[in-house]
Design a protein around this ligand. Structure first.
Ligand SMILES: NC(=O)c1ccc[n+]([C@@H]2O[C@H](COP(=O)([O-])OP(=O)(O)OC[C@H]3O[C@@H](n4cnc5c(N)ncnc54)[C@H](OP(=O)(O)O)[C@@H]3O)[C@@H](O)[C@H]2O)c1
Length: 367
C-alpha cells in the first residue's frame, strides 16, 4: 500500500514513520511534506527512498500539497499537518476519492459537514486518527449508528486539572507544555492545557460520526488509558483501551480493516490499577463550552472559533498574552463574528476575518 505523509516532521508524522518502519514493506511512502524543517524532511526522504517531497514554506507552487494528496499512485493520505493549513489538501484528497487517515482536527472542525459530504460524493473515506475518534471508530465496528445512545470522548484533563482560575492566572508556557500523558506538538499541547482540545474533538465527533450534539459527552479520565466509550441504547458500553501512544490509532487507520501485529505494547491492566472518570470543569476551563456553543450556532462559528484559537495559542507561545487570555480572546472574537452561510468560500473568508479580529483583540489588550 502506498501512502503520502503530509506533516511528516511533526509528532504524528514521525509516529507514522515508525508504523511504516515496523510494517516490513507492507506500507510504502510515495511522498512526504513538511513546512519549514528541511533537514528533517530530507533525512526522512533519504531513509525511505522518497523522491517526491514538498517544503511548503519554500515551494513556489501553491498547489504542491494538493498534488501530493491526489497522486494516482497513492491510496491513502496521512494528514498530519497542524492547523487550518490541512484543509485544502484534505478537500483535494477526498475529491480524488482517497482515504484520508485524518489526525488533523482543524479541518474537520471548520469544514466537517462539507468534508463528510465530499467523501460520500467522490467515494473518499475519512478514517479518524485522533485517538478518541479512532477509539470510538474501533468500538463501533459491527454496530449501526442507530444503536448508539452516547459517544463518550475522554481526556486526561491536561497539566492544570484541578486548578482554579486564580491559580491559572500565572501559569507559564513551560508548565502548559508539560503534558502529563501525551508527547505532542506545541499547538495541540496548549489546546490540551486549556481543554480546547476536547472542544475541538467534540465538534470533530459531530461530523465523523454524524450524530447530534446531545449524543456526545466528554469525560475527564486522568489515566489516559480509555480513549473512547460507546454507550448503546440497551445500556451496554464498549470502551477502547490502549497505552497513550498515537501509533495505536495510526496503525489501525493504515491497516483498517486489518490490524498490525505488535503495533503497540498491550496495557498491563494490573499495573494500571485504577480507571477514574470525572465531569469536565466547565467553570475553570471555558474553552469546552465555547466550542460547544460554536457548534450549536453553526455556519462559520466553528471556523471563527478555530482561527481565533490558533491565533491566541500562537500569541501565548510568543509570550504576548497570558494563559487565561487565550479563552478571553476566543470569546471576544466569537462575539463579533458575522453570520454567514456554510460554503467553502465563506469558510476561508471567516478564517481570515477571525485571525485579523483576534489579532486586533490581542493588540487592544496590550495597550
Ligand atoms: N500529536 C498528537 O499526539 C496528536 C494527537 C491527535 C491529533 N493530533 C492533531 O494532528 C495534527 C498534527 O499535530 P502534531 O502534534 O503532530 O503537530 P506538530 O508536531 O507541530 O507537527 C506539525 C506538522 O505540520 C507541518 N506544518 C506546520 N505548519 C504547516 C503549514 N502551514 N503547511 C504545511 N505543513 C505545516 C510541520 O512541518 P515543520 O516541522 O516543517 O514545521 C509538521 O510536519 C494537529 O492537527 C493535531 O491537533 C495530534
Amino acid at each position: 500500500m502506498k501512502i503520502s505523509i503530509l506533516g511528516c516532521t511533526g509528532s504524528i508524522g514521525e509516529s507514522t514513520l515508525e508504523v511504516v518502519r515496523k510494517s516490513k514493506g507492507f506500507i510504502k511512502i510515495a511522498s512526504l511534506a513538511a513546512h519549514s524543517n528541511a533537514e528533517k524532511l530530507s533525512r526522512h526522504a533519504s531513509e525511505f527512498g522518497v523522491s517526491k517531497t514538498v517544503l511548503t514554506s519554500q515551494t513556489k507552487n501553491p498547489e504542491a500539497l494538493e498534488e501530493l494528496a491526489t497522486d494516482p499512485e497513492i491510496k491513502t493520505v496521512v494528514m498530519a499537518i497542524v492547523g487550518f493549513a490541512a484543509l485544502k489538501p484534505t478537500i483535494a484528497a477526498l475529491k480524488a476519492g482517497k482515504t484520508v487517515a485524518l489526525a488533523n482536527k482543524e479541518a474537520l472542525v471548520t469544514c466537517g459537514e462539507l468534508l463528510t459530504a465530499l467523501a460520500e460524493k467522490h467515494g473518499g473515506k475519512i478514517i479518524p486518527v485522533d485517538s478518541e475518534h479512532n477509539a470510538l471508530f474501533q468500538a463501533l465496528q459491527g454496530h449501526s449508528i442507530e444503536q448508539v445512545d452516547k459517544l463518550i470522548i475522554t481526556g486526561s484533563g491536561g497539566p492544570f486539572r484541578g486548578k482554579t482560575r486564580s491559580e491559572l492566572q500565572s501559569v507559564t508556557i513551560a508548565q502548559a507544555l508539560n503534558h502529563p500523558k501525551w508527547k505532542m506538538g506545541p499547538k495541540i499541547t496548549i489546546d490540551s492545557a486549556t481543554l480546547m482540545n476536547k472542544g475541538l474533538e467534540y465538534i470533530e465527533a459531530r461530523w465523523v460520526f454524524g450524530l447530534p450534539d446531545d449524543k456526545l459527552k466528554i469525560l475527564i479520565h486522568p489515566q489516559s488509558l480509555v480513549h473512547g466509550i460507546v454507550q448503546f441504547i440497551d445500556g451496554s458500553m464498549l470502551a477502547h483501551l490502549s497505552p497513550p501512544d498515537m501509533k495505536a490509532a495510526i496503525s489501525y487507520a493504515l491497516y483498517y480493516p486489518q490490524r498490525q501485529p505488535g503495533a503497540v505494547e498491550p496495557l498491563d491492566l494490573v499495573k494500571a490499577q485504577k480507571l477514574e472518570f470525572f465531569e469536565v470543569d466547565y467553570e475553570n476551563f471555558p474553552c469546552v463550552n465555547l466550542a460547544q456553543k460554536a457548534l450549536k450556532k453553526g455556519g462559520v462559528a466553528p471556523t471563527v472559533l478555530n482561527a481565533a484559537n490558533e491565533t491566541a495559542v500562537q500569541a501565548f507561545l510568543d509570550e504576548k498574552i497570558s494563559f487565561l487570555s487565550i479563552s478571553d480572546m476566543i470569546e471576544k472574537t466569537l462575539e463579533s463574528a458575522p453570520r454567514q452561510n456554510l460554503d467553502i468560500q465563506s469558510i476561508f473568508a471567516a478564517d481570515a476575518w477571525a485571525r485579523q479580529k483576534c489579532q486586533e483583540n490581542i493588540l487592544s489588550l496590550r495597550h
